[in-house]
Design a protein around this ligand. Structure first.
Ligand SMILES: Cc1cc2nc3c(=O)[nH]c(=O)nc-3n(C[C@H](O)[C@H](O)[C@H](O)COP(=O)(O)OP(=O)(O)OC[C@H]3O[C@@H](n4cnc5c(N)ncnc54)[C@H](O)[C@@H]3O)c2cc1C
Length: 452
């Protein structure tokens, strides 16, 4: 039986490899770096568990929980503390709890009377029937108002994409919002009627999906999958060239060439552009270098509980640009999961950079800590020095599904038909969240398995 080459041992590639192997399809996974997990990176040090990439998995699909069971990790799974649901958004230079129910919005100080009126008016704003692709900013200003964009959506967009709402595409980056308008004519009506439909179909919306991690952080998942792959996982082995052969593909690495029945590319878009592709049809990958991945630095700080005035009880706080802080937001990591900080301490994970301030992400660690501390002092009433500090910078963090991104997705579909046996999966195609990447890995394994 011919085997399958998987390029990239992030969560997408590992998930695809794990399921193919379970179905009896031989696999080889090539990973350019020295460890499995891609952007997932957890370390334990001095009693703190620092999570630099993703912090939680949102269980938006039954396929996610199934992977955890299949990988034998059910007993190590930690669901987030139900009392840590509160999310804060900064306004008037302080964190204000986001209302947990729609009526709560009207009592909240997060929005002015004018923005609350815009919300009441939203169901009567006519549906947009045609026209050029909108950014999320255009959409929000059209259906709600500028304040809603500046105060709420800008903060949410920083939290999900570390992105710029004026550039992110509504249909590509927030397809659900577009569907709500197309189908129900309004976001509010869509929330109400869509919830009933989701209940019927068993689908879970992002705001209601359970959030989880593992006792030793998210790294537990790629480590477990990598262990099950054994020798089939080749670390420090970047794939540099793909050549279409008589009945399959050959993959070139520094160790030479190897023949496969199929290849699944689960790397990043910018490294896809660097691959040398020799296919029977004339195909060009260089356009994928246009996809922007702004840099993000993760700054994990530990404090004595007594040195922080705010309760830090909740998921975390999001910060809109207009508030003038340098950090994009902070996750209250020690309130989400039990063992993220020693007793009597807090673990706070903040992010700097993104499309908002790309130049800041590359600052030296001391400077990143200083900027973060300045903001946390003002926002959370932090006193004194952190007892733990660790930073990791991702020079290319999250792909931006900006206006026009559809052409890249279209091209991937065309490449798959023009070059049979070559497949594409992962965060640059199927959604930027960890859950999206897991589902992408499961689905691509199902597609490829059918060929064998
Ligand atoms: C700072 C940060 C915070 C995040 N927070 C969250 C969060 O809280 N929740 C959430 O759901 N999501 C979050 N995400 C997003 C989520 O982590 C990613 O979308 C997901 O992990 C992507 O997985 P992947 O396997 O598709 O890609 P990656 O993790 O990027 O893995 C791709 C792998 O392919 C390898 N590779 C590339 N080219 C080659 C080649 N030619 N040969 C061999 N190997 C190659 C790379 O070295 C890499 O290891 C965050 C992302 C970042 C960066």
């Amino acid at each position: 039986m011919k085997s399958v080459a998987i390029i990239g041992a992030g969560i997408t590639g590992l998930t695809a490899a794990f399921y193919l192997k379970r179905k009896g399809v031989p696999v080889t996974v090539y990973e350019a770096g020295g460890r499995a997990g891609g952007v997932i990176q957890s370390i334990r040090k001095a009693g703190f568990l620092a999570e630099f990439g993703p912090n939680t998995i949102l269980e938006t699909s039954p396929k996610i929980a199934q992977l955890i069971r299949d990988a034998g990790l059910e007993s190590r799974r930690l669901n987030s503390d139900p009392s840590a649901e509160a999310r804060y958004v900064v306004r008037y230079r302080r964190p204000i709890a986001m209302p947990s129910s729609p009526p709560g919005i009207f009592a909240s100080e997060l929005l002015s009377a004018r923005a609350k009126f815009a919300l009441l008016r939203e169901p009567f704003v006519p549906r947009r029937r045609a026209g050029k692709e909108e950014s999320i900013a255009d959409f929000v200003v059209r259906r709600l108002n500028q304040e809603f964009l500046d105060q709420m959506i800008d903060a949410l967009v920083a939290g999900i994409y570390a992105g710029d709402p004026y550039k992110l595409s509504l249909p590509q980056a927030f397809p659900r919002l577009k569907v709500l308008e197309d189908k129900y004519g309004s976001l509010i009506k869509g929330q109400i009627f869509g919830a009933r439909e989701r209940k019927r179909s068993g689908e879970i919306s992002k705001d209601r999906a359970p959030k989880f991690s593992f006792d030793e952080g998210l790294q537990v998942l790629p480590d477990a999958l990598a262990t099950q792959l054994g020798d089939s996982l080749k670390l420090n082995t970047p794939a540099t060239k793909l050549t279409q052969t008589g009945d399959g593909w050959s993959v070139t690495t520094a160790n030479g060439e190897a023949e496969f029945g199929a290849v699944i590319y689960c790397g990043t878009a910018y490294r896809l552009a660097e691959l040398n592709l020799e296919a029977k049809a004339a195909l060009n990958l260089s356009t994928f270098s246009e996809i922007r991945y702004p840099p993000v630095a993760s700054v994990v700080l530990g404090f004595r509980r007594a040195d922080v005035a705010h309760s830090c009880q909740g998921f975390g706080m999001l910060i809109p640009k207009i508030e003038g802080f340098k950090i994009l937001g902070t996750i209250f990591s020690s309130s989400l999961f039990p063992n993220r900080a020693p007793t009597g301490h807090l673990n706070l994970t903040s992010y700097i950079g993104g499309a908002r301030y790309p130049d800041l992400a590359g600052l030296p660690p001391e400077k990143l800590v200083e900027l973060t501390l300045t903001d946390l002092r003002a926002l959370l009433g932090v006193k004194g020095k952190p007892v733990f500090a660790h930073c990791v910078a991702y020079p290319k963090a999250i792909p931006q599904y900006n206006v026009g991104y559809g052409k890249y997705r279209q091209l991937l579909t065309e490449l798959e038909s023009a070059a049979p046996g070559l497949f594409f999966a992962g965060h640059y195609r199927d959604g930027v969240s960890l859950g999206d990447s897991i589902v992408s890995g499961v689905n691509i394994a199902e597609r490829v398995e059918k060929l064998f």
